[in-house]
Ligand binder design. Structure first.
Ligand code: C5P
Length: 267
């Protein structure tokens, strides 16, 4: 797994683009400005598993985050993980909705690719760590407490999206996941409850003046890192900027400021 030795390496840029050609243009443009490229469903379905090798060939210094959000019976996820583990990605996502058995199946399948459950998490990334780190998707950052009720979730047990995130993060940690995906609003509580070893990765990154969109549980890059996030996923604020490289650099400065404050407050 890639080790974030400078602030910009904590930025994960999602290649939410319809074709491999367009995606590789962004990889070429941003490979010195971000740490990992995220390949999600849109691009993976359009361009296939070869997308991983193509992105790696264009940006060998960057990590690959395979955001497939796997969600099926444990046997199917085990087999999907076996296929995914040979692609050379650093992280893969699995939904937490079905609890421990599914997450454990994913972690065990990843272990056969060289990933050692939890051992990679505390160090974030050691050069000697190989294989695929499993990340549990807790609750999508587009999800609101109201939408949870509509989706049939038990509001007596989990009054808010954040309550559910905390529950699912604990299940993911117990199952041996390398980390979890949650909103920046829950980053601090997830770190507090599970310790520094569980990686916290937060999408839903927006500045105060960002135009409204589908993201609901959002915060700025500074706020997310200050709250304890290890990595932030930033898509549209970089992709839609007049100058994406400049936008990524501004985000890296915010990350640097938050990291300085984090280390100052921990001494
Ligand atoms: O453009 P934007 O910054 O909203 O991109 C966020 C990315 O993070 C998207 O690729 C989305 O699929 C992903 N994501 C998310 N919320 C999660 C998990 C992944 O927004 N809980």
């Amino acid at each position: 797994m890639i080790k974030p030795s400078s602030p910009h390496q904590r930025i994960i840029f999602p290649l939410d683009l319809p074709t491999l050609g367009e995606a590789l243009e962004y990889v070429e443009l941003l490979k010195g400005s971000v740490g990992l490229f995220k390949i999600g469903l849109e691009l993976f379905i359009a361009s296939g598993p070869e997308t991983v090798a193509a992105v790696k060939a264009t940006a060998p210094q960057c990590g690959i985050f395979l955001d497939l959000k796997l969600h099926d019976i444990p046997a199917t996820v085990t087999n999907a993980m076996a296929s995914a583990s040979v692609l050379g990605a650093d992280f893969i996502t699995v939904h937490c909705d079905d609890g421990g058995p599914l997450l454990r199946a994913a972690v065990e399948a990843a272990a056969s690719s060289g990933f050692k459950p939890r051992c990679a998490a505390g160090k974030i990334c050691d050069d000697s760590d190989q294989g695929l780190g499993v990340l549990g998707v807790t609750v999508l950052t587009s999800m609101t407490t109201e939408a949870m009720a509509e989706a049939g979730m038990d509001s007596n047990r989990f009054a808010t999206a954040s309550d559910l995130v905390l529950h699912r993060a604990a299940v993911a940690a117990e199952a041996g996941c390398a980390g979890v995906i949650c909103s920046p609003l829950e980053a601090e509580a997830v770190k507090e409850a599970n310790g520094p070893e569980l990686l916290v990765i937060t999408p839903g990154i927006r500045s105060a003046d960002s135009p409204p969109d589908d993201q609901r549980r959002t915060a700025t890059p500074y706020e997310a890192i200050r709250a304890g996030a290890d990595y932030i996923v930033v898509g549209r604020p970089i992709r839609n900027a007049a100058d994406p490289v400049e936008a990524a650099a501004a985000i890296a400065s915010e990350i640097e400021r938050a990291l300085e404050e984090r280390s100052a407050s921990s001494v």
